[in-house]
Design a protein around this ligand. Structure first.
Ligand code: ARG
Length: 455
């Protein structure tokens, strides 16, 4: 039976009923809905808007309904449209007229706004835990790879030697920012919209602060119209999800490259790889590829809600019912992706020798060779030119810079001395970095100490 049937003289078309219903997806909010209703019923009782006995009976019955839902004993109906009216219908079936008093001084518009915020607050806490595990895993891996030398890239061309620990700590910083983006978003959404009514507030002596306290919000929203029309909090959540996925996706792209025979830097564990149905030799990095692919899906979720909200006049419009599937999907996808990713990197095999081998070739010590000449008094631009010529010469001979004889070096500049060989040894290039936050072993050690303090 429809809770709003009074004004209607005709039954709804059954396809329209189905099209209109959100119970298929918003039943996920059953717990938040019941929690919100319990707080509301308590508030109504305390304020004398309904009797103390009615309030108690509603609270008790809602608790029973919650247990029954969790025990799988409740069947929701499309007729009752959404989670809010399904719960109210069940309540009224159980306690008759008393149940019908629950919806005094509220609307589904503030109800859905509070449910959705409560849901996201929990989801953000869960995502925070997933990110914590990832941050720990990155720190552990970095700790173990402080001495693992590898090429650092720009334009995916070998650029300067770095350590794997340094590379991993770069990602640590990104995921740390992601975590703080989620908590910023949580902080702004932590205001209770319940008690806003349909759009204009209510005529009852409600106590919104009590509702906020009961539901664990740090305060109440300031404007009822905004409270029911606002979905910024969900957009911020989706943005934070998208940025996190983007970071995972960049890392996955690297792992996919690194696990190829061409790179040979890592081997992803068998338990996180798949085979080919036709090519017996194949071992594919499907998990990493899927995370990269799911990033597109989460961007889609974000784009969906931005598009849904962009032309909406104030206050509530039914378009807003479409906010839930993308938000649920993004939250689920982010959690799954972070978890799989964390396990995948903690089980992968790092081919230190191959990384180090790659770091030795590609003239990555050319900048250090130029810096050597700067120390001998030549202006940097000229040093750049001299080393450029040396590299060209070496490419022609198929050798590394450090393979040149002293005589050959002298042919390019008489400032070269025996100490050039030490100055451009790969590990020394790393060691020589002095700026704060650099790849030097010393700096990475400091970065790791800071990270451990944070964790
Ligand atoms: N199922 C609705 C939603 O998710 C609840 C709010 C309905 N409000 C209304 N005025 N029809 O948006």
């Amino acid at each position: 039976m429809k809770l709003w049937k009074g004004r209607f003289s005709k039954e709804a078309n059954s396809s329209a009923d189905e099209f209109n219903a959100s119970i298929g997806f918003d039943q996920r909010l059953y717990k938040q809905d019941i929690t919100g209703s319990i707080a509301h019923a308590r508030m109504l009782g305390r304020q004398g808007i309904i009797s103390k006995e009615d309030s108690d009976l509603i609270v008790k019955t809602l608790g029973e309904i919650l247990e029954d839902i969790e025990a799988g004993k409740v069947e929701f109906s499309i007729e009752a449209e959404d989670i809010h009216m399904n719960i109210e219908t069940i309540l009224t079936q159980r306690i008759g007229d008393v149940g019908k008093r629950l919806h005094t001084a509220r609307s589904r518009n503030d109800q859905v706004a509070v449910d959705f915020r409560l849901y996201l607050k929990d989801d953000i806490a869960e995502i925070g835990e997933c990110l914590d595990k990832l941050l720990h895993t990155l720190a552990d891996l970095a700790e173990k790879n402080q001495d693992t030398v590898m090429p650092g890239y720009t334009h995916l061309q070998r650029a300067q030697p770095v350590t794997l620990a340094y590379h991993l700590l770069a990602y640590y910083q990104m995921f740390k920012r992601d975590k703080s983006r989620f908590s910023d978003c949580l902080d702004r959404m932590d205001l209770c919209p319940l008690g806003s009514g349909a759009l204009a507030g209510t005529t009852y002596e409600t106590d919104r602060q009590f509702l906020a306290d009961e539901l664990g919000f740090k305060g109440v929203t300031a404007n009822a119209m905004d409270s029911v029309a606002d979905r910024d909090f969900a957009l911020e959540f989706l943005s934070a999800c998208s940025i996190t996925m983007m970071h995972l996706s960049r890392f996955c792209e690297e792992l996919i490259n690194w696990s190829s025979v061409e790179f040979g830097f890592i081997e992803i564990d068998d338990s996180f790889s798949t085979g080919s149905s036709i090519m017996p030799q194949k071992k594919n990095p499907d998990m990493a590829e899927l995370i990269r692919g799911k990033t597109g899906r989460v961007y889609g979720d974000m784009t969906a809600l931005f598009t849904i909200t962009k032309g909406l006049p104030l206050a509530y419009n039914k378009d807003l019912q479409e906010d839930k599937p993308p938000v649920f999907d993004a939250g689920d996808t982010v959690k799954d992706s972070i978890n799989i990713f964390t396990e995948m990197i903690s089980t992968m095999d790092v081919r230190k020798e191959n990384m180090e081998h790659a770091a030795k070739y590609g003239y990555m010590n050319a900048t250090d060779a130029a810096d050597y000449l700067v120390q001998k008094g030549i202006p940097f631009r000229d040093c750049h030119e001299i080393i450029g010529k040396i590299v060209l010469y070496c490419i022609g001979k198929g050798i590394a810079i450090e393979d040149l004889t002293m005589e050959e070096f002298k042919g390019f500049s008489d400032k070269f001395d025996e100490d050039i060989y030490d100055a451009i040894a790969i590990r020394n290039c790393i060691k020589a970095k002095k700026s704060e936050g650099s790849t030097s072993f010393e700096s990475v050690k400091k970065q790791l100490e800071q990270v451990k303090k944070e964790l």
